[in-house]
Design a binder for this molecule. Structure first.
Ligand code: ADP
Ligand code: MG
Length: 318
């Protein structure tokens, strides 16, 4: 059985060349690059709340960091440093090794350095604080959407919610659809390159973790505007298309969580710039609607009529 210090040394002490001081002292020391501002975010994954008991440790390592990188992406920040606070029921070497493998594989891909944390015994609880950098005044905030702006979405939505429904035996998927949706749920890919390239282009952005309607609703609230979403335009994967009937599709596309795509707004004159940013970041983007005066999010059907979302039993994004 390892002590707390052996765990830290063995699994979580790695070189952090871009920090002035990494793991091992009371604090890490970092320096904002000249002319840049630091973006700081924390996200926690709790066993039983965010993932089921017995979830694969390597995938948890990935997701714990990925959800934080997604917040940096939504701000247009480049990942730089992170800390990791772990509460573990026991010092399980195989679990720790697998968790660290998933965590550092993703960290290395995005050049983010682990510079500190905390390790304690308790219910399984994984919390990362991530720090990113971006040029002063260029953050993609939630409060910049303007009436007349286009509303965009990266990737596809609904897959993670469908994956969760499959895990919970609420839907049955074919093998390929199941693999696809579980991957989206358990090892999401943060849209970091897209977020950084949208800096000078988008007027507002958010990452979609609670469902498109709820998260676009946050942009609306902070920007004091409304949004219309053309339901038919919501991008869906082939696996999603062939696995859902209309009522389920409506719910998962608008209110499914855990997709970690970016929803963002931009003036219409930026359409070709948005397309170029998406191409450079190698992430598809779809124009899904527009910012309007008023408040709240309205989903429209093909004929342009509002879809009565309350009637099918969910209004948690109001
Ligand atoms: P303190 O008691 O001063 O909080 P700790 O003994 O908790 O210090 O941690 C010792 C060092 O190890 C600190 O630099 C801390 O940031 C780092 N650390 C602790 N847990 C982790 C972890 N899970 N991942 C990375 N670094 C960690
Ligand atoms: Mg401590």
């Amino acid at each position: 059985m390892s002590s707390e210090f052996e765990i830290i040394r063995r699994y979580f002490t790695r070189p952090a060349p871009s920090a002035a001081l990494g793991v091992g002292d009371d604090c890490a020391l970092v320096q904002a690059p000249e002319g840049q501002t630091l973006a700081v975010t924390s996200d926690m994954l709790v066993e039983g709340t965010h993932f089921p008991p017995g979830e694969d440790a390597q995938r948890l390592g990935h997701k714990t960091l990925a959800v934080n990188l997604s917040d940096l992406a939504a701000m247009g920040a480049e990942p730089r440093w992170c800390t990791l606070a772990l509460s573990l029921p026991k010092a399980d070497e195989a679990w720790l090794a697998a968790f660290a493998r998933g965590f550092f594989a993703l960290a290395d891909r995005y050049g983010i350095e682990l510079i500190g944390g905390d390790t304690t015994r308790g219910p399984l609880n994984l919390c990362v604080t991530a720090i990113g950098a971006l040029p002063l005044g260029q953050a993609l905030r939630r409060d910049g959407a303007v009436v007349g702006d286009d509303l965009w979405l990266s990737g596809t939505v609904g897959d993670a919610a469908l994956g969760l429904a499959c895990l919970q035996s609420r839907v049955t998927l074919d093998h390929e659809a199941r693999e696809h949706c579980l991957n989206r749920l358990q090892t999401p890919e943060p849209r970091v390159a897209l977020g950084c390239r949208l800096r000078a282009i988008a007027s507002a952005a958010i990452d979609v973790s609670d469902g498109v309607a709820a998260d676009v609703g946050h942009i609306c609230e902070r920007s004091a505007v409304g949004a219309e979403i053309d339901f038919d335009r919501l991008p869906r994967s082939a696996a999603f298309e062939r696995s859902t009937e209309p009522t389920l599709a409506l719910e998962y596309l608008l209110a499914g969580g855990d997709d970690y795509e970016l929803a963002f707004t931009a003036p219409s004159v930026q359409r070709s710039a948005v397309a170029a940013a998406a191409a450079a970041a190698q992430v598809p983007v779809t124009l899904i609607g527009r910012i309007v005066s008023g408040s709240g999010v309205t989903a429209l059907d093909r004929a342009g009529a509002p879809i009565p979302l309350r009637r099918i039993g969910f209004d948690h994004f109001r």
